[in-house]
Design a protein around this ligand. Structure first.
Ligand code: 3H9
Length: 698
């Protein structure tokens, strides 16, 4: 009857199976198929109960997200769920793997739920900028109560099968296959003469003001600027004061409102690009090399972080240091990192101990890497030092091993050219702390073999990282673009904005931190060293933040010295603004004869983002990032760009490229050195196109 929904009889039980790989999403054909199957079951006198199953590893992953934004097609999911619920004979959902979003809503429309052990039952809609729209906010509190609902739904969270049964979201844990478990439960119900038990007909518990208030306070703080999480709480609250039909209408109204927000578009963009980022023609169908044993050279913060990331994911790690004392220090750092994982509940104490005793060793000579499949150097950022390390790796490593550098700006082509096997060389740019940060820039050099790139992507997956392909240039994708918008911030400060106003404005946009707070966190010595490094090639028209150099010379290096742009008091979160910094800035302006002017927060945000997007357009045009989505993923995972804005390139498309270009041209009237429009941006505006149109190119 339907390609994606099968109907068959097993004795007196109708078995309705959804087969719509990969996640049995509830696209139009599935909704229609389910509708038809339920109608048939209702009319089928030989069928005494029905079981709904999802074929494959999971029950249903939710509504079909790729249909969002397109004209809706009947029957809508809420109608399908209501139709299932209205059925005159018992309907059982047999759930395995996951029942998410609309998938759980279908299960809640069923009269009984059997969950297989290991299944996740959840409503992740808010992560996509919407709320559950097929009864999830109305039926869930009827089963698990208001407090548990406002813990789960605005978090986009889920319950394990065991938890779901304990709380009443599911009725029982299944045994055997989902089909066997569903049939057994259905037969039991038929034997008992049980009729339909409609969740919508159950009374909703009374409101729980304290739980609602607590949830609102939590999400106002945790996800400032996001609308869907708070809207989901409103929808649950509606369930407590309205009957089921009115409650479903109210949920629908809020759902539709959320569908229209740019946040929904941003979050769904983020969902798809993080799955698309690893799809690159150069590695499609290319088998990665096997990586089980890795070497890490250098046990500083970065090397120890990389080793920690690898160890926690089951890789065997040999760490090379120059002497025993440094090796012991590295071991201690790794042990502390693992201790943190134990505290966060990610590892057990016993796992930590066995990782350190079985999977990890240190050595002071390179020969220990003769059997390693891949080595990553994380030594001092100096070309000669790196070349020496690579010469050693070239000498000791087996044929087919991969030689990787964690450099954050040095020329990977030059490193590769210095050894006998440049095809095996790649950049793996981790972000600090490497065992926490999700981003990995995979820096592909001119001669890097495709299977080496494929291996880097496979390794990233194994490490739980999100890999982005980057080309070779100073700073690759992320840090190269960062340098530009940091410079735009310094220019605004020189012209009259205070660093604190810049930080505040940038945070109001949604960034987790402003550039000056970020500088304090990273250490102001890093910025100073970068300026020194770039000094020989600096254009005289470039703005130098002399006040930042002065802070460095005063030993105010940020959080680690208790003072930088901000003053940090022991035991207090965050820093206090420092009037002495304002004085240093004022002196710098005076020295250059600059009369300070006022900036609005909106102008600060606009200039900051214009500098970012303009440089990002160059990065794409030069092929450093293959597609705008690579920039978006880099900023979402490496720089804390607000996910609900989709990424800077998605934001730019939404803000309007023509407006952005006209801003840049206006800024260029006062400073045509810094504000040169990127040719790609000009071309897109001339063609009335956007960055998204470039996302399908390889
Ligand atoms: C909703 O339900 C709204 C309702 O309340 C109301 C409606 C009225 N749709 O992640 P994977 C694709 S909102 C379309 O790599 P995994 C995905 O793009 C929805 N496509 O697999 C990928 O495609 P490709 C609420 C989807 O095993 C492929 O499937 N649900 C959907 O690591 C494999 O995905 C959610 O938010 C979808 N719903 O993880 C759940 N889901 O191969 C979203 C996946 O072309 N999904 N695809 O790259 C997930 O969290 C994970 O995909 C899941 C499987 C855990 C299910």
């Amino acid at each position: 009857m339907s390609d994606v929904v099968a109907y068959e009889m097993d004795g007196d039980i109708a078995v309705i199976t959804i087969a719509n790989p990969p996640v049995n999403a509830l696209g139009h054909a599935v909704r229609q198929g389910l509708w038809d199957a339920i109608e048939r079951f209702d009319a089928d006198e030989a069928a005494h109960a029905a079981v709904i199953l999802g074929e494959g590893k999971l029950f249903i992953g939710g509504a079909d997200i790729s249909e969002f934004g397109k004209p809706p097609q009947d029957p809508w999911l809420p109608e399908v769920v209501n139709r299932i619920e209205a059925c005159g004979k018992p309907v059982v959902a047999a759930i395995q793997g996951a029942a998410l979003g609309g998938g759980l809503e279908v299960a809640l429309g069923c009269h009984y739920r059997v969950a297989m052990p290991g299944t996740k039952l959840g409503l992740p809609e808010v992560n996509l900028g919407i709320i559950p729209g097929a009864g999830g906010t109305q039926r869930t509190p009827r089963l698990i109560g208001v407090a548990a609902s406002v813990q789960m739904i605005p978090a986009g969270g889920n319950l394990s099968a065991e938890d779901a049964v304990a709380r009443g979201l599911a009725d029982t844990l299944g045994e055997g296959s989902p089909r066997e478990a569903g049939l057994a439960y259905a037969r039991e119900l038929v034997g008992q003469g049980a009729g339909p038990r409609r969740v919508g007909a159950l009374p909703c518990p009374k409101t729980d003001e304290a739980a609602l208030e607590q949830a609102r306070a939590l999400w106002r703080k945790k996800s400032a600027g996001e609308v869907a999480r708070l809207a989901a709480i409103d929808a649950v609250e509606a369930a407590t004061r309205l009957d089921i039909a009115e409650g479903l209408d109210e949920e629908r109204r809020i759902f539709r409102e959320m569908m229209e927000t740019p946040q929904r578009a941003g979050l769904i963009h983020a969902f798809f690009i993080e799955r698309k980022v690893a799809k690159l023609p150069e590695i499609e169908g290319v088998a990665p090399r096997e990586v089980a044993r890795i070497g890490v050279i250098g046990g500083g913060t970065m090397g120890a972080g990389i080793a920690t990331a690898a160890l926690t994911r089951g890789l065997d790690v040999t760490l090379i240091e120059r002497d025993e004392a440094s090796a012991d220090k590295a071991r201690a750092t790794i042990s502390k990192n693992l201790e943190g994982a134990v505290k966060r509940g990610k590892l057990s104490d016993a796992q930590k101990d066995s990782i350190l005793s079985d999977g990890f060793r240190t050595a002071t000579g390179y020969d220990a890497l003769s059997e390693a499949d891949l080595a990553i150097e994380a030594v001092f950022e100096d070309m000669d030092v790196k070349k020496q390390v690579f010469a050693e790796l070239d000498r000791v490593m087996k044929k087919g091993a991969i030689l990787a550098t964690n450099t954050s700006y040095l020329d990977v082509n030059e490193i590769a050219a210095s050894i006998s096997r440049p095809g095996d060389v790649i950049g793996l740019h981790f972000f600090s702390p490497a065992h926490v940060m999700k981003l990995l820039e995979v820096v592909v050099a001119d001669q890097t073999a495709n299977d080496v790139t494929a291996t880097a992507f496979a390794l990233a997956k194994k490490l739980g990282k999100v890999a982005v392909r980057a080309g070779v240039c100073d700073g690759f994708i992320g840090n190269r673009i960062l340098a530009k918008y940091r410079a735009a911030a310094d220019r605004m400060v020189l012209q009259g904005a205070s660093p604190y106003q810049v930080d505040r404005a940038v945070k109001a946009f949604g960034w987790p931190m402003g550039p000056y707070e970020m500088g304090d966190l990273a250490g102001l010595d890093i910025g100073y060293m970068t300026r020194k490094r770039k000094e020989p090639t600096r254009d005289p028209r470039d703005v130098v933040p002399t006040w930042a150099d002065e802070l460095y010379h005063l030993g105010r290096l940020g959080q680690k010295t208790g003072r930088g742009y901000y003053i940090y008091e022991e035991g207090k979160r965050g820093g206090q603004e420092d009037p002495e910094v304002e004085e240093l800035v004022a002196k710098a302006r005076e020295k250059q004869g600059i009369a300070p002017r006022e900036f609005t927060d909106a102008e600060i945000q606009r200039r900051y983002m214009a500098a970012l997007v303009n440089e990002a357009a160059r990065v794409v045009e030069e092929g450093i990032a293959k597609r705008p989505l690579d920039v978006d993923v880099t900023f979402l995972y490496g720089y804390g760009f607000p996910r609900w804005r989709g990424g800077p390139m998605h934001w730019a498309d939404h803000a309007g490229l023509a407006d952005l270009l006209s801003d840049i041209k206006e800024y260029a009237e006062e400073d045509d050195f810094f504000w040169q429009p990127a040719p790609l941006l000009e071309r897109l505006v001339a063609d009335n196109a956007n960055f998204a149109s470039l996302n399908d190119q390889g």
